[in-house]
Design a protein around this ligand. Sequence first.
Ligand SMILES: [Zn+2]
Ligand SMILES: [Zn+2]
Length: 201
Amino acid sequence: MRTNQVDVRKCKICKEKFKPRFSSLQATCLNPDCIIEYAKQVNEKAQKSEMKRRKSELITLAEWKKKLQAVFNKFIRTRDAHKPCISCGKPLKGKFDAGHFYSVGSTPNLRFNEMNVHGQCVTCNQFRHGNLLAYRDGLINRIGLEAVEQLDVDKTIEKRYTIPEIQALISHYKTKIEHVHPGTNRGDSKTPKAKKSTAKK
Ligand SMILES: [Zn+2]
Ligand SMILES: [Zn+2]
């Protein structure tokens, strides 16, 4: 008959053998030191795995932002393909950048704001630190003073993105890239060959 038979276990702390009294899952002998030490270890383990979980969440958020930045920048370059450099006014040809007026580092909340990012030549963006004085003039020219002042307001409003929001923005900008008509923004009259495809998910 095995009804009363309990398997002997080894205490996880002192390694002594014991017969579980309360539950077959009892992990330690009944020595209070062992009980307390074991509880402490369980607690530490839980904290560690919670920290790990949070850390991996942060990493994925950063990775999602990176992905969004790539799609967003591509949208900006598509939108501004036939416009001049926002700051020096030279025609954009070949490789050019999506230049932030308020930088990602100083103003992360405007990182994905379309009004804050415009096609900019590599010289202005990378070798003239964004050529910001001229950028402001160019910006006022392109989007109007009111919109620039709105940016000054928006930059003070904190914006935190969740992963689902970022994912939604990624598909939003992918769609926008497909449907963008370069040059239809203010200040450019070039008519694009509208390639209205049925590319819809
Ligand atoms: Zn023990
Ligand atoms: Zn330039």
